[in-house]
Ligand binder design. Structure first.
Ligand code: NAD
Length: 477
């Protein structure tokens, strides 16, 4: 009997009401590994009803008790969560060592928000002796969480942990390509103390479930992580309902290397910036801006680093395959775009083949030099391991090129000049600036976009203000 991933609603597995399923292939082999529920609006209704029923008891629980449940889940996850990691590794193709990091991050979200909920409070506002005025933070109620496939558990945790910590209940919709780990996590959480119905997972395609969630009158807020097109479609429905959204969308982030940087560290960091998770990373540093007087030497060092990467299915590989067939085809299309625009790869530029890669959708990490920022390859988010190298003259030039993009998710700066670092960080239009490394920041640091990369923030204390609504209480004494 073939394995099936079902929705998890009210603490139990639920078959799709319409009875439809889709096949899930292993991205390392292209063999069918399971069937996945293809739910729809009726399944959303069921999940929202479950979240709504669970809401009063969860919302009215003491914050310290809610927090303890979340922290306990984090601890158990570290001790007993390997089966969830294995599911996600198989569904995404991620090497085991990357999954170990992502499991740790997932646990960190529950620890962070489970702890901080104890100090979350309103403030007293002094308007004079004849009044007592204060604010309080109320939960929204039922929150919808819509997720992509590139880091399923991590992205789920960063939205679900603050939503639950602040007293909301959740209906989550993982990507139809990678639903298994979130379903397994929700079950695990319920088995370790989360009341049934507080976290529900509806499995199926976004085009059916996303709009149904946004249009549902009981859903009071949606946190969406994914592409611009789906985010915009959601935004149109949300506008009708005046439904608050957090939109975490794509990026085409600039990673800027100045001539005074530690070039060895910058070459290693800039390699990771565009190849981590085979480039399937919203914040990937895919436009590498290099000061022109170090350009040639730096590119050589970079290519030496890229050449060291090893693709494959095993635990220690640098990178795995591209997770979905559609994404694999899209990336290949950009090789043709680059060729059309007269570019030749300095390294890579094709599908990776080899005995251990047999059957998998692997892409060679690819570097294009001589790219102009107005070329299609420098403007579109590719979401694969393809880097555009663009030279610049000076600070002002670097900021101008970096900001000449409709997207503004993240940026990197490599420099030993502290004054320059602050000037450039202030000038860049991006939600996160990372200096002298290229990383995704920390659970404690806010994450979100400028411009078409979205609005609202996940991670950090600030996320709490996106999962609560502020109320003023004005008392005439
Ligand atoms: P996607 O937009 O295709 O899908 C994201 C989710 O939205 C999926 O669950 C999908 O089923 C659902 N969906 C699809 N159509 C929808 C609709 N009309 N209404 C509502 N939901 C719908 O994105 P993807 O291919 O899964 O993920 C890749 C994208 O996600 C990239 O653009 C990447 O940059 C972005 N991303 C952003 C962040 C961030 O933090 N900013 C993090 C990870 C990924």
């Amino acid at each position: 009997m073939v394995e099936r991933t079902l929705s998890f609603i009210g603490g139990t597995d639920v078959e799709p009401i319409e009875g439809h399923y889709a096949d899930k292939l292993d991205p390392r082999t292209q063999r069918k590994i399971k069937e996945v529920a293809n739910g729809g609006a009726k399944d959303v209704d069921l999940a929202v009803a479950s979240a709504s029923t669970a809401l009063p008891a969860w919302r009215d629980m003491r914050p310290s008790e809610r927090g303890r449940i979340l922290v306990d889940i984090a601890r158990k996850l570290r001790e007993e969560g390997q089966h969830i990691v294995d599911i996600e590794s198989q569904e995404t193709g991620k090497p085991g060592r990357e999954m170990a990091t992502l499991l740790d991050l997932t646990a960190q979200y529950f620890e962070f928000y489970g702890g901080i909920v104890n100090v979350m409070d309103g403030e007293v506002i002094n308007v004079g002796p004849d009044y007592h005025v204060y604010t309080r933070r109320d939960p929204f109620g039922v929150i919808g969480v819509i997720l992509p496939w590139n880091a399923p558990l991590h992205q789920a945790a960063r939205a679900i942990a603050p939503a639950l910590a602040t007293g909301n209940t959740v209906v989550a919709k993982p990507s139809e390509h990678t639903s298994g780990s979130l379903v397994a996590f929700a079950k695990f959480a319920v088995n370790h103390g989360l009341p049934a119905g507080v976290l529900n997972v509806v499995v199926g395609k976004g085009s059916a479930i996303g709009p149904a969630m946004a249009a549902h009158p009981v859903v009071r807020k949606i946190s969406f992580t994914g592409g611009l097109k789906a985010g915009q479609e959601l935004g149109r429905i949300a506008a009708e309902r005046v439904l608050p959204l957090t939109l975490e969308l794509g990026g085409k982030s600039a990673n800027i290397v100045f001539d005074d940087a530690d070039l060895e560290a910058a070459a290693a960091g800039s390699t990771r910036a565009f190849t981590w998770n085979s480039g399937q990373w919203c914040a990937a540093g895919t436009r590498l801006l290099v000061q022109e007087n170090i350009h040639d030497a730096f590119v050589k060092e970079l290519i030496d680093n890229v050449a060291q990467l090893r693709l494959g299915p095993d635990f220690d590989a640098s990178n795995g395959p591209i997770t979905t067939q559609a994404q694999f085809d899209k990336i290949k299309g950009f090789f043709a775009v680059a060729e059309r625009d007269g570019l030749t790869p300095a390294i890579g530029g094709k599908v990776a083949v080899g005995a251990e890669l047999e059957g998998g959708n692997y892409i060679e990490p690819t570097v294009y030099t001589g790219v102009r920022n107005d070329m299609e390859i420098a403007r579109e988010e590719i979401f694969g391991p393809i880097l555009c190298v663009i030279p610049f003259k000076n600070e002002a030039d670097a900021i101008r090129i970096a900001n000449d993009s409709e997207l503004g998710l993240s940026a990197g700066i490599w420099s030993r000049d502290i004054g320059r670092v602050h000037r450039v960080a202030a000038g860049l239009e991006a939600g996160r600036i990372v200096v002298n490394e290229y990383s995704g920041g920390f659970v404690q640091t806010p994450c979100g976009g400028f411009k078409y990369s979205g609005y609202g923030r996940e991670q950090g204390i600030d996320a709490l203000s996106h999962y609560t609504q502020l109320k003023s209480v004005i008392i005439r004494l």
